[in-house]
Design a protein around this ligand. Structure first.
Ligand code: CA
Length: 224
Protein backbone atom coordinates (compact mmCIF):
# COMPACT_ATOMS: atom_id res chain seq x y z
CA UNK A 1 0.00 0.00 0.00
CA UNK A 2 1.58 3.25 -1.15
CA UNK A 3 1.04 6.20 1.18
CA UNK A 4 1.66 9.92 1.12
CA UNK A 5 2.21 11.33 4.61
CA UNK A 6 1.93 15.11 4.82
CA UNK A 7 3.19 16.50 8.12
CA UNK A 8 5.34 19.57 8.71
CA UNK A 9 6.52 18.58 12.18
CA UNK A 10 9.59 16.67 11.10
CA UNK A 11 9.86 14.59 14.26
CA UNK A 12 6.29 13.30 13.90
CA UNK A 13 6.80 12.74 10.17
CA UNK A 14 9.95 10.68 10.76
CA UNK A 15 8.33 8.64 13.51
CA UNK A 16 5.23 7.93 11.41
CA UNK A 17 7.34 7.03 8.39
CA UNK A 18 9.37 4.56 10.41
CA UNK A 19 6.33 2.91 11.99
CA UNK A 20 4.47 2.59 8.71
CA UNK A 21 7.53 1.29 6.86
CA UNK A 22 8.03 -1.37 9.52
CA UNK A 23 4.44 -2.45 8.99
CA UNK A 24 5.16 -2.95 5.29
CA UNK A 25 3.73 0.28 3.86
CA UNK A 26 5.55 2.13 1.10
CA UNK A 27 5.74 5.71 2.44
CA UNK A 28 6.46 9.07 0.82
CA UNK A 29 6.68 12.04 3.18
CA UNK A 30 6.28 15.71 2.36
CA UNK A 31 6.16 18.71 4.67
CA UNK A 32 4.15 21.33 2.76
CA UNK A 33 0.54 21.51 1.62
CA UNK A 34 1.32 22.83 -1.86
CA UNK A 35 3.86 20.01 -2.41
CA UNK A 36 1.29 17.49 -1.18
CA UNK A 37 -1.27 18.72 -3.69
CA UNK A 38 1.12 18.46 -6.62
CA UNK A 39 2.37 15.01 -5.53
CA UNK A 40 -1.15 13.68 -5.01
CA UNK A 41 -2.17 15.06 -8.40
CA UNK A 42 0.75 13.65 -10.36
CA UNK A 43 1.38 10.32 -8.62
CA UNK A 44 -0.87 7.48 -7.58
CA UNK A 45 -1.19 6.80 -3.85
CA UNK A 46 -3.44 4.30 -2.10
CA UNK A 47 -4.09 6.75 0.73
CA UNK A 48 -3.06 10.15 2.14
CA UNK A 49 -2.34 10.90 5.79
CA UNK A 50 -2.86 14.64 5.86
CA UNK A 51 -2.10 17.09 8.64
CA UNK A 52 -4.36 20.17 8.70
CA UNK A 53 -2.00 22.93 9.86
CA UNK A 54 0.65 23.05 7.13
CA UNK A 55 2.84 25.66 5.44
CA UNK A 56 2.16 26.42 1.79
CA UNK A 57 -1.49 25.34 1.84
CA UNK A 58 -3.50 23.90 4.71
CA UNK A 59 -4.69 20.30 4.70
CA UNK A 60 -8.37 21.15 4.29
CA UNK A 61 -7.56 23.19 1.21
CA UNK A 62 -5.52 20.30 -0.21
CA UNK A 63 -8.46 17.97 0.41
CA UNK A 64 -10.95 20.42 -1.15
CA UNK A 65 -8.81 20.79 -4.28
CA UNK A 66 -8.43 17.02 -4.67
CA UNK A 67 -12.15 16.35 -4.32
CA UNK A 68 -13.03 19.20 -6.70
CA UNK A 69 -10.73 17.53 -9.22
CA UNK A 70 -12.66 14.24 -8.61
CA UNK A 71 -9.63 12.65 -7.00
CA UNK A 72 -11.07 9.98 -4.66
CA UNK A 73 -7.85 8.87 -2.95
CA UNK A 74 -8.68 7.91 0.67
CA UNK A 75 -7.66 10.67 3.10
CA UNK A 76 -7.08 10.39 6.84
CA UNK A 77 -6.77 13.81 8.49
CA UNK A 78 -4.53 14.55 11.45
CA UNK A 79 -6.29 17.08 13.66
CA UNK A 80 -5.70 18.94 16.90
CA UNK A 81 -7.50 17.71 19.97
CA UNK A 82 -9.67 20.82 20.17
CA UNK A 83 -10.27 20.88 16.41
CA UNK A 84 -13.93 19.84 16.31
CA UNK A 85 -14.85 22.43 13.66
CA UNK A 86 -12.02 21.36 11.35
CA UNK A 87 -12.86 17.67 11.80
CA UNK A 88 -16.46 18.33 10.80
CA UNK A 89 -15.35 20.44 7.86
CA UNK A 90 -12.85 17.76 6.82
CA UNK A 91 -15.44 15.00 6.86
CA UNK A 92 -17.85 17.22 4.92
CA UNK A 93 -15.14 17.86 2.35
CA UNK A 94 -14.74 14.12 1.82
CA UNK A 95 -12.11 12.92 4.30
CA UNK A 96 -12.48 9.19 4.99
CA UNK A 97 -11.40 9.34 8.62
CA UNK A 98 -9.43 11.43 11.08
CA UNK A 99 -7.02 10.95 13.96
CA UNK A 100 -6.56 13.35 16.84
CA UNK A 101 -3.03 14.30 17.85
CA UNK A 102 -1.22 12.82 19.66
CA UNK A 103 -1.95 9.44 18.11
CA UNK A 104 -0.19 6.08 18.03
CA UNK A 105 1.17 4.65 14.80
CA UNK A 106 -0.65 1.41 15.60
CA UNK A 107 -3.94 3.26 15.56
CA UNK A 108 -3.05 4.95 12.27
CA UNK A 109 -2.23 1.54 10.75
CA UNK A 110 -5.55 0.14 11.96
CA UNK A 111 -7.41 3.10 10.42
CA UNK A 112 -5.55 2.70 7.13
CA UNK A 113 -6.41 -0.98 6.97
CA UNK A 114 -10.04 -0.20 7.81
CA UNK A 115 -10.20 2.38 5.03
CA UNK A 116 -8.79 -0.10 2.57
CA UNK A 117 -11.20 -2.78 3.75
CA UNK A 118 -14.18 -0.46 3.25
CA UNK A 119 -13.00 0.46 -0.22
CA UNK A 120 -11.98 -2.96 -1.46
CA UNK A 121 -14.81 -5.02 0.00
CA UNK A 122 -13.88 -8.25 1.74
CA UNK A 123 -13.95 -10.33 -1.44
CA UNK A 124 -11.42 -8.17 -3.25
CA UNK A 125 -9.01 -8.28 -0.36
CA UNK A 126 -8.06 -11.90 -1.06
CA UNK A 127 -5.39 -12.57 -3.67
CA UNK A 128 -5.38 -16.11 -4.99
CA UNK A 129 -3.21 -18.19 -7.31
CA UNK A 130 -3.51 -21.97 -7.64
CA UNK A 131 -3.86 -23.27 -4.05
CA UNK A 132 -2.20 -20.19 -2.53
CA UNK A 133 -4.26 -17.41 -0.91
CA UNK A 134 -3.25 -14.13 0.70
CA UNK A 135 -5.79 -12.15 2.70
CA UNK A 136 -4.92 -8.44 2.73
CA UNK A 137 -7.30 -7.76 5.60
CA UNK A 138 -6.36 -10.48 8.07
CA UNK A 139 -2.83 -10.78 6.56
CA UNK A 140 -3.25 -14.54 6.57
CA UNK A 141 -1.46 -16.65 3.96
CA UNK A 142 -2.46 -20.22 3.21
CA UNK A 143 -1.30 -22.89 0.80
CA UNK A 144 -3.60 -25.89 0.27
CA UNK A 145 -5.49 -24.65 3.32
CA UNK A 146 -2.44 -24.72 5.58
CA UNK A 147 -1.47 -21.48 7.27
CA UNK A 148 1.97 -20.04 6.50
CA UNK A 149 3.68 -17.49 8.75
CA UNK A 150 5.52 -14.77 6.87
CA UNK A 151 7.53 -11.76 7.99
CA UNK A 152 6.32 -8.30 6.97
CA UNK A 153 8.79 -8.23 4.08
CA UNK A 154 7.98 -11.75 2.88
CA UNK A 155 4.30 -10.84 2.94
CA UNK A 156 4.97 -7.69 0.88
CA UNK A 157 7.02 -9.72 -1.61
CA UNK A 158 4.34 -12.37 -1.98
CA UNK A 159 1.61 -9.72 -2.30
CA UNK A 160 3.61 -8.09 -5.09
CA UNK A 161 4.15 -11.38 -6.96
CA UNK A 162 0.52 -12.44 -6.44
CA UNK A 163 -0.83 -9.31 -8.08
CA UNK A 164 0.64 -10.38 -11.42
CA UNK A 165 1.14 -14.17 -11.54
CA UNK A 166 3.24 -15.24 -14.49
CA UNK A 167 4.86 -11.87 -14.94
CA UNK A 168 8.63 -11.87 -14.54
CA UNK A 169 10.01 -9.23 -12.16
CA UNK A 170 13.64 -8.18 -12.23
CA UNK A 171 15.68 -7.85 -9.05
CA UNK A 172 15.67 -4.08 -9.53
CA UNK A 173 11.87 -4.00 -9.71
CA UNK A 174 11.53 -6.13 -6.60
CA UNK A 175 14.10 -4.00 -4.81
CA UNK A 176 12.13 -0.83 -5.62
CA UNK A 177 8.62 -2.09 -5.01
CA UNK A 178 9.11 -4.45 -2.10
CA UNK A 179 12.17 -3.10 -0.31
CA UNK A 180 11.58 0.49 -1.40
CA UNK A 181 15.26 0.94 -2.29
CA UNK A 182 15.71 3.23 -5.25
CA UNK A 183 19.37 2.42 -5.50
CA UNK A 184 21.33 -0.79 -5.85
CA UNK A 185 21.94 -1.96 -2.27
CA UNK A 186 24.91 -3.93 -3.61
CA UNK A 187 23.87 -7.13 -1.86
CA UNK A 188 21.91 -10.20 -2.76
CA UNK A 189 19.06 -9.06 -0.53
CA UNK A 190 16.39 -9.82 -3.13
CA UNK A 191 17.75 -13.31 -3.80
CA UNK A 192 17.90 -14.10 -0.09
CA UNK A 193 14.38 -12.74 0.43
CA UNK A 194 13.00 -14.81 -2.45
CA UNK A 195 14.75 -17.98 -1.24
CA UNK A 196 13.22 -17.57 2.22
CA UNK A 197 9.77 -17.00 0.78
CA UNK A 198 10.19 -19.96 -1.57
CA UNK A 199 11.03 -22.30 1.30
CA UNK A 200 7.92 -21.27 3.18
CA UNK A 201 5.61 -21.43 0.15
CA UNK A 202 6.93 -24.41 -1.79
CA UNK A 203 8.58 -26.84 0.65
CA UNK A 204 6.48 -29.97 0.96
CA UNK A 205 4.40 -29.23 -2.15
CA UNK A 206 4.68 -31.14 -5.42
CA UNK A 207 4.22 -28.06 -7.61
CA UNK A 208 6.58 -25.15 -6.94
CA UNK A 209 5.14 -21.65 -7.39
CA UNK A 210 8.07 -19.30 -6.83
CA UNK A 211 10.21 -19.56 -9.97
CA UNK A 212 13.61 -18.23 -10.93
CA UNK A 213 13.93 -16.99 -14.50
CA UNK A 214 17.61 -17.35 -15.07
CA UNK A 215 19.38 -14.08 -15.86
CA UNK A 216 16.16 -12.07 -15.51
CA UNK A 217 14.48 -12.37 -12.12
CA UNK A 218 11.55 -14.06 -10.46
CA UNK A 219 7.93 -14.92 -11.11
CA UNK A 220 5.02 -16.65 -9.44
CA UNK A 221 4.03 -19.51 -11.71
CA UNK A 222 3.00 -23.11 -11.24
CA UNK A 223 5.47 -25.52 -12.81
CA UNK A 224 8.55 -27.63 -12.36
CA1 CA B 1 1.20 20.84 11.39
Amino acid sequence: MRLLVVEDEKKIAAFVRKGLAEAGFNVTVCHRGDDALSLATTERFDALVLDIMLPGRDGLSVLRQLREAHNTVPVILLTARDGLAERVEGLNLGADDYLTKPFSVDELIARLRAVRRRLSGEGLSILKYEDLTLNLTTREVRRAGKKIDLTVREFALLEYLLRTPGRVHTRTQLCEHVWDYHFDPGTNLVDVGVQRLRRKIDDGHAVPLVQTVRGVGYTLKAGA
